[in-house]
Design a protein around this ligand. Structure first.
Ligand code: KG4
Ligand code: ZN
Length: 346
């Protein structure tokens, strides 16, 4: 079977062709970073308009690379949740149109489950489920007990900013380009992670598997210029101070992510940790996770670099849904927000 997978949840227009044997026949990602850079973050209206212009060429290119005609597709899968409403709609409508034209099944993909599935694809033939899944991206920072690829139970999540969002906003304060994650990582290489004592909310409280990055962001802002200096945007930071701030901020985020991920493993009684999402590309996070996993005998699967940020290959999770008989009708809608269940009992 050849399955076309579409991903337009945020600011990447992506299409891939995967088989039911989980082979990747083609993968195309059209990044919108250039369009959003001057705003320092994703502008939803610009994102949806760019998806609209790009979705057909991106699908065409994926089919061309796979050497397939549209009629040779056996199913079309699309990420319909969670994400930006206008962006999600473009992918969903494109998928529905193809399903009508080709008379083939429509499969819904949950973007967060797909981020963890990227770890599974890389680990094959080794099984990664059941595991604790940590999703760290521009829109989400959540911990799940993942019983199967399709059965996730929320253990904890950020109560304000996502980790990637904090990277992007702090980068903007430091005068670094968007996306902020890679820029801060680069700047941090020359910095001292202990130069500034920054907050690590909920750290040491194993009962609470939540995150909060909003106060950390404010703390960085006050290190750039004190509360008495509201207009700090024109302050030129000396190079070493900037590097030290970047390194101290990155270390604080990494400390929180590593601590809570291992607390979640203890809570869930599991020894396998899967980490996906754009922030999982961060080398310091990857190194710290690996260090602790080795020490604690935990099996760690971090998504390979090419599958951390948004892509359509991880939409191969559609194979699991097809196997489970989960096919959608043309009434399928988008679900932009994360529906939060009550925190799991200890
Ligand atoms: O998963 P993703 O492509 O989109 C969402 O689903 O949100 O993640 C994008 C986020 C951005 O906030 C970006 O700054 C962050 O991932 N990111 C990084 C790195 N590369 C991308 N954060 C820290 N370090 C990196 N190397
Ligand atoms: Zn994502």
């Amino acid at each position: 079977m050849n399955i076309l997978t579409l991903e337009t949840t945020c600011d990447e227009t992506a299409a891939a062709v995967v088989t039911d044997q989980l082979q990747v026949r083609a993968s195309v990602v059209a990044s919108q970073d250039d369009l959003h850079r001057r705003f320092g973050g994703v502008v939803p209206e610009i994102a949806s308009r760019a998806h609209l212009e790009r979705i057909v060429p991106v699908i065409d290119e994926a089919l061309r690379r796979a050497g397939l005609k549209p009629a040779e597709l056996d199913a079309v899968a699309v990420a319909n949740s969670p994400g930006l409403a206008g962006s999600l709609l473009v992918g969903l409508v494109a998928a529905k149109a193809l399903c009508v034209a080709l008379d083939c099944p429509l499969v819904a993909v949950n973007h967060l489950q797909a981020h963890i599935y990227a770890c599974r694809l890389a680990a094959l033939p080794q099984e990664v489920f059941p595991c604790v899944g940590l999703i760290v991206s521009g829109g989400h920072t959540s911990l799940y007990r993942c019983r199967t690829p399709l059965d996730f139970e929320l253990l904890g999540a950020t109560i304000d900013d996502a980790a990637g969002e904090a990277f992007d906003k702090v980068a903007s304060m430091l005068g670094l380009p968007y996306p902020g994650g890679p820029a801060i990582e680069r700047a941090a290489r020359a910095g001292d992670p202990r130069a500034y004592a920054l907050p690590r909310p909920f750290r040491g409280d194993d009962q609470r598997l939540d995150f909060s990055f909003s106060g950390l962001k404010t703390a960085v802002r006050y290190r750039i210029a004190g509360p008495g200096r509201p207009d700090f945007s024109r302050i030129e930071l000396p190079e070493q101070r900037l590097a030290d701030l970047a390194a101290s901020f990155q270390e604080a985020v990494v400390d929180c992510l590593v601590d809570k991920a291992f607390a979640a493993l203890r809570r869930a009684g599991l020894q396998i940790l899967c980490v996906g999402g754009g922030v999982a590309a961060n080398a310091r996070l990857r190194a710290r996770l690996q260090e602790k996993a080795t020490r604690q005998g935990v099996r760690l699967h971090v998504a390979p670099l090419g599958l951390c940020t948004d892509n359509a290959v991880m939409g191969a999770i559609a194979v699991e849904r097809l196997r489970a008989g989960l096919v959608e009708s043309l009434d399928l809608d988008i679900l932009p927000g994360v529906v939060r269940q009550p925190a799991a009992a200890v």
